[in-house]
Design a protein around this ligand. Structure first.
Ligand code: FAD
Length: 567
């Protein structure tokens, strides 16, 4: 039990001993009212990870309702969208991190943090095995075990090398704050190395060839940052080697930033061409050695290029602890934990997964809808009566409350409205309707239901959604997956399913220019968008302290340039 004001330890022990089903009485000297066992024994919520998903969950959770424990090997939260800026010293590492204990200072009585790494999730015993990240404890090797009633897995993802030989040994990554610091040192090392006496031109060219593998948002932003760092600061400090510097992006697809609108892709490619950043598309890196990167084109042409420093940013993979857990629960062939639309891990009670380590398993709703229609069409005539259509739609709404919700949002208020929209104003129940024709009225639903990408935005929204559900859990504990929204049958959910709301995304391209995809298919590119980027990223900081640090770093950079000391 957890100590509560006015409740003696003896009373809490009594509750624990009673097995949780009885009523415990508070010490009569302090309180005379009965305390229910539910109150005395708060449910244990264990959160793994303090990234975007974990901290968003914790910030929104009403911690007074639960006994909350948090495990993470990092005792801070890192604002990852600014990591590329850390690689070149535009922003200092400590400006983008916030200590976890400070973030939850006000909730410190309710939230217990352990700086440790979870190495095993044991779902059958509802326990998690952890290892201290700060050395051994007094009686052993630093391993310990934690129990939970609810487990929130927010462990993020790791880098994915696709088993390409040499990548782990010779490439830098850009996932953690330490990675960004390492890149900053490596860039400066290359410049110092190339500036040493007796270095041949060929050696200089090789040492100052910076290769970025992966043309997604992270790779592109890093290339842009590096280019700015070089042209704004380093060429003034290392004028003798200026002519040997080259930046290359290797991308397996046809274009960089291919998840963005085509106009943004074209803008970025043109800008990089002007800046002299080589974009090498249609090539897949197959091997990395200490001085060569070997890549293969689609037509099997193999090319090897010498390089000085390489950054691998070609995708995300699964953490070993997640992999092990997925083996336990029969999800071994996946990249991330499959959850239902309420973010609960499939086939697992009381385990939720959010952020990059999870994928919301949204099946193709239209496929299922088609199946429901097909089953209703018993005589295979391809038609149903209006009454049958009504029944089918009711069935769809029971199975997919989000379809109904979506229709409500779209002001297609109910079945009758939908029918009216599809077949006009007729209300004869016996009227025969072509199924395919009718399904057209539903087809826009499918495009709405996409898998959410692995971004901070999704992770944060999932965290706050789940916290909201936990805050309301008490009300509907008889129906953990949802209360009787309509009737008490199973299959009706209390909480609306998680729906990702895309708020747009930025692609900083250097030279004080940014491209942005904004809600409502708005595209914005150029210098003014860079100011939008500054204001959004300043406002999104998790504390006033980091906000001030980041803004002062930007100002310092404007006035004095970036710091090129190799620390
Ligand atoms: P993370 O934030 O990675 O957090 C995982 C947490 O789990 C960490 O606290 C970690 O210490 C902890 N952990 C790891 N292993 C263990 C273990 N064994 N036991 C316990 N704890 C563990 N997204 C955007 O939306 N916009 C952007 O501009 C953007 N830019 C990015 C730039 C870079 C360079 C990178 C790397 C990512 C960027 N992202 C961006 C993506 C975004 O950072 C991720 O989608 C987001 O961090 C996912 O959140 P998460 O909580 O799932 O994982």
């Amino acid at each position: 039990g957890i100590a509560r004001p006015g409740v003696s330890t003896a009373a809490l022990l009594l509750t624990a001993a009673s097995g949780g089903g009885l009523v415990a009485y508070a010490d009569s000297a302090t309180e005379s009212a009965p305390v229910s066992s539910q109150d005395a024994r708060k449910k244990k919520v264990l959160v793994l990870g303090t990234g975007w998903a974990g901290t968003s969950f914790l910030r929104n959770l009403d911690c007074s309702r639960y006994e909350v424990k948090v495990v993470s090997p990092r005792n801070y939260f890192a604002f990852t969208p600014l990591l590329p800026s850390v690689t070149c010293g535009t922003v200092e590492p400590r400006s983008i991190i916030e200590p976890i204990r400070r973030m939850f200072e006000k909730k410190s009585k309710a939230v217990t943090f352990y700086e440790a790494e979870c190495f095993k999730i044991d779902a059958s015993n509802k326990t998690v095995h952890c290892r201290s990240a700060v050395g051994t404890n007094f009686d052993g090797n630093g391993d310990f075990m934690l129990e939970y009633d609810y487990l929130v897995v927010a462990l993020g993802a790791t880098v994915n090398t696709f088993n390409t030989p040499g990548v782990m040994e010779y490439c830098n990554f850009l996932k953690e704050v330490e990675d960004a610091q390492k890149i900053r040192r490596s860039v400066l090392d290359c410049f110092e190395k190339a500036s040493l006496p007796n270095v041949s031109e060929e050696e200089k060219r090789k040492t100052l060839h910076f290769v970025i593998i992966g043309g997604g948002p992270t790779g592109v932003e890093f290339a842009a940052e590096l280019h700015d760092f070089i042209v704004e600061d380093l060429v003034k400090l290392y004028p003798a080697v200026q002519e040997f510097v080259k930046i290359t992006i290797i991308q397996s697809g046809e274009h960089i930033l291919n998840m963005f609108d085509k106009r943004i892709t074209a803008f970025a490619e043109e800008k990089f061409q002007r800046d002299g950043i080589e974009v090498c598309t249609g090539f897949r890196v197959v091997k990395v050695s200490d001085d060569l990167i070997t890549m293969k084109s689609k037509t099997a042409v193999e090319v090897s290029v010498p390089y000085g420093m390489a950054v691998w940013s070609a995708g995300i993979g699964t953490r070993p602890v997640i992999m092990d857990f997925m083996h336990q629960i029969g999800q071994a062939n996946r990249r991330a934990l499959a959850t239902n639309e309420w973010l609960r891990v499939r086939e697992c009670d009381s385990i939720y997964a959010i952020g990059d380590c999870a994928t919301v398993n949204q099946r193709k709703i239209m496929d299922d809808i088609s199946m429901i229609f097909k089953m209703a069409d018993k005589d295979h005539s391809g038609t149903l009566t209006l009454k049958e259509i009504r029944d089918v739609l009711e069935d769809i709404f029971i199975r997919y409350p989000q379809v109904e919700l979506y229709m409500k949002n779209m002001h297609m208020l109910d079945v009758e409205d939908l029918i009216k929209g599809a077949i006009g104003d007729s209300h004869k129940d016996s009227m025969v309707i072509d199924i395919e024709e009718f399904k057209k009225a539903l087809c826009h639903v499918d495009s709405q239901v996409k898998n959410a990408p692995a971004t901070a935005q999704v992770a944060a929204q999932q965290g706050s959604y789940l916290a909201d559900c936990f805050n309301k859990m008490e009300e509907c504990k008889q129906h953990p997956e949802g209360p009787l929204r309509m009737t008490g049958e199973s299959g009706r959910h209390f909480f609306r399913p998680f729906r990702y709301k895309h708020l747009g995304q930025f692609a900083p391209l250097g030279g004080e220019q940014t491209a942005a995809e904004l809600p409502g298919d708005w595209i914005s590119m150029g210098h003014s968008t860079q100011w939008l980027w500054y204001s959004v990223y300043a406002s999104k900081q998790v504390s006033w302290r980091t906000r001030m640090l980041v803004v002062s770093d930007w100002t310092r950079r404007f006035i004095f340039g970036r710091d090129s000391s190799r620390l």
